[in-house]
Design a protein. Structure first.
Length: 68
């Protein structure tokens, strides 16, 4: 399931989303914004490998851009 589809599962577009790239060349947060912004971002087509829910940080989606 890609980032766009994963975000569509949520009901509140204002939820804070962070996208972390697991690519060994990056290994950093590559996006921070609202759910709606994540759906429109350059990362929306990347597959979500895993996710974390943190009450302080919001929803964290993990992708790996080395798998292109």
């Amino acid at each position: 399931m890609d980032v766009f589809d994963f975000c569509n599962l949520c009901t509140d577009d204002t939820v804070e989303v962070r996208i972390f790239d697991l690519n060994p060349d990056v290994e950093n947060e590559v996006f921070k914004g609202s759910m709606w912004d994540a759906e429109q971002s350059a990362f929306s087509d990347w597959e979500v490998l895993s996710f974390d829910l943190d009450p302080r940080e919001g929803l964290i989606l993990n992708i790996d851009t080395s798998e292109s």
